[in-house]
Design a protein around this ligand. Sequence first.
Ligand code: 5GP
Length: 194
Amino acid sequence: MQLLKDRIRKDGKIKSGDVLKVDSFLNHQMDIKLFVEIGKEFKRRFADYEVNKILTIEASGIGIACIVAQYFNVPVVFAKKSKTKNIAGDVYTTPVESFTHGRTYDIMVSKEFLGAGDKVLLIDDFLANGKALEGLAAIVKDSGAKLVGAGIVIEKGFQPGGDRLRAEGIRVESLAIVESMDETTGTICFRGDQ
Ligand code: 5GP
């Protein structure tokens, strides 16, 4: 998605540890006009699929998922990150290792909001090592729902998550795939660019 790649080149900041900061339009301040274009693009890419629910993970995925959901006309469920192992109630839960915080969370979704018969599209802001998406996919599997695919705004293609999930047969659609980024020069190369 050219609009997104241009914006990443213009406003993205490359940090140490292979972190791309996009706080000015995606992760902290949110550019809703850009989110609208992102929503339309995911709808276009998943046009042939039946989706009745969007699943994301708190916190950064929620804003994006809400705008995307308008184009699918479906509700959004977000997995909550719990700091305790003592999860109360009837929930699906799985551990997820956080890329940005370097710790493991249990994520959980109430059984009330996901189950057999649901056709689920996963949405998230970033795909790096794939732990967040894997956790969400595990919850979908646990619930008996069907996993339609995953829509990712920015995939870091030099990290293993995307390739592994695709090899597992999950349809992963990333709107921008960063092939390499150089902290010193500030250069970002996208997959498909010459
Ligand atoms: P994964 O589980 O695929 O390793 O990482 C995905 C999660 O980590 C995303 O939900 C995102 O919040 C965060 N993340 C991973 N890499 C980056 C990055 O380069 N920049 C930002 N802002 N978040 C990232």
